[in-house]
Design a binder for this molecule. Structure first.
Ligand SMILES: [Zn+2]
Length: 223
């Protein structure tokens, strides 16, 4: 049987074209010789999200895998996949943008793809600090998922979560350290209304992003 050894210098980044995963992309480029990207397509509120991801992958000269996860919209009538729903917080503190088990599914597919392309390292921008109410973005879950992937394929994958304990201000600081603050600011899409860069300024994602950016720029003394 041919050997199927994972390449220790190769990383797969779970990539959406947003601020966090784009910062992870540059983090990966700094740490690993070979980087590939995976984007999950599942009826996002805006097709712009996929276009933005493609453009960034292209500009960075990285191989980009786009996986069709449209079956997610069969499981959940919520604001991320149903374009006519308003985004709001539910009684138990979980936003109605929550797609049950989304990150569980994404990391499973990322693991299967990492196996195929022989990448030992999987990088995801999930974060526990700006806790969004998504249980499968927490550190304990990701650690458990890492064990599960390894057992399921009999491999030693390493899931990296460089943003896990950073707040939005610190994520901007990381992109600045990586020399890409302006690129991340101007080329990424975080806004729920599908407007790139600084976005609409009104939605929760824009407000969180702007608060972190302003705090960082203030600290740096440029604002
Ligand atoms: Zn917005």
């Amino acid at each position: 049987m041919a050997s199927h050894t994972l390449d220790d210098n190769k990383a797969l980044v779970v990539f959406s074209g947003g601020q966090d995963s784009t910062t992870c992309l540059f983090y990966a480029k700094e740490k690993f010789e070979e980087v590939e990207l995976v984007t999950f397509q599942y009826g996002q509120r805006h097709d712009t999200e996929i276009e933005v991801a493609k453009k960034i992958a292209d500009e960075q000269g990285l191989k980009h895998h786009i996986l069709d996860m449209s079956l997610l919209s069969q499981l959940t009538p919520n604001a991320l996949t149903q374009h006519n729903l308003e985004i709001e917080q539910t009684d138990d503190g979980v936003p109605n943008t929550f797609v049950p088990a989304r990150n569980l599914l994404f990391l499973s597919f990322a693991g299967a793809l990492a196996y195929q392309i022989k990448a030992r390292h999987i990088i995801t921008g999930v974060c526990e600090t700006d806790f969004s109410g998504y249980p499968d973005c927490r550190d304990d879950f990701v650690k458990s998922m890492n064990v599960t992937l390894n057992l399921s394929m009999d491999k030693n994958f390493v899931i990296h979560t460089p943003l896990m304990w950073l707040d939005k201000k610190e994520t901007w600081a990381l992109s600045d350290q990586l020399g890409v603050l302006d690129y991340v600011r101007n080329q990424t899409l975080t806004c729920y209304n599908g407007i790139i860069a600084d976005g609409c300024g009104e939605c929760p994602a824009c407000k969180l992003r702007a608060r972190g950016l302003n705090a960082y720029l203030e600290e740096k003394g440029v604002k």
